[in-house]
Ligand binder design. Sequence first.
Ligand code: ATP
Length: 296
Amino acid sequence: MTDTAQPPYAVPEFGKDPSDPPTVPLPPVSAGADGPSGALSGLETRDLTAWFGQRKVLERVSLRMRAGEITALIGPSGCGKSTYLRILNRMHEMVRGAALAGEVLLDGEDVYAPGRRPAEVRRRIGMVFQRPNPFPAMSLYDNVISGLKLAGIRASRDERDHLVESSLRQAGLWNEVSNRLGTPGGALSGGQQQRLCIARSLAVSPEILLMDEPCSALDPTSTRRIEETIADLRHRLTIVIVTHNMQQAQRVSQSCAFFLASHDTPGRIVEAGPTAQLFTDPADPRTADYVNGRFG
Ligand SMILES: Nc1ncnc2c1ncn2[C@@H]1O[C@H](COP(=O)(O)OP(=O)(O)OP(=O)(O)O)[C@@H](O)[C@H]1O
């Protein structure tokens, strides 16, 4: 039976955050392994339960997403993967009536702790969506730096130039667009637009990058290009990717979590562990059935 118990608390509505972000200097580009601390950040959820209104869609999801790894979230449609991803950087609360319980720890600190600003969490934990969503009329240059103002980061012209180049290089797009940074984002191909969106996310130096089926709208060549970019980024930041493509999960990830829900039970993790193990020697027969295409 679907559990309709009241959630313990509703997450605050997006936009109701009382304090505007303070303006801060430009952080080092992609702190990551080359950054000042030399350490990458990890994410962990403990007993995460989520609701839309009275409907519980995730239940007690505990998962460790290790620093510097790519973790793939797999599972049939509707099992809560995207919801889980959006909880990680406080986007779940943008949906009216959404609620959650449990903890999301970024380097051991709860991103939902009282007083913690959603905008600061979203700067540190970036998101790339299923459909490329650059600002179509805005130049490539401005697209890349469009997140700075939102994050309250100030930068000189030189710093911005450097940031645009380094972000586009990391996203694997620089060589294709370096001589036309003034052209609008909408003029790029779908795959290039997705890499532009990755560059835009990288420009605010996130520690974690969440990717929600980033290749599902792309052709095989663009998909391969994005996968190469993801693999390159692994050494700079921690990545969590939702994918329906089992080959992609095997190609890009080191760890994998298999989610499952049914019509009367909310989404839960059936099994999580090293990707190779989940695909070759899963502990649960449902995992074997899913990764071998027997359902979902
Ligand atoms: N904004 C919303 N309001 C109400 N219910 C929602 C909302 N978004 C998602 N849901 C419900 O939450 C459940 C989990 O959805 P979610 O999109 O997280 O699943 P998913 O595993 O990512 O699916 P898919 O693979 O098809 O993208 C589904 O039953 C869905 O209908």
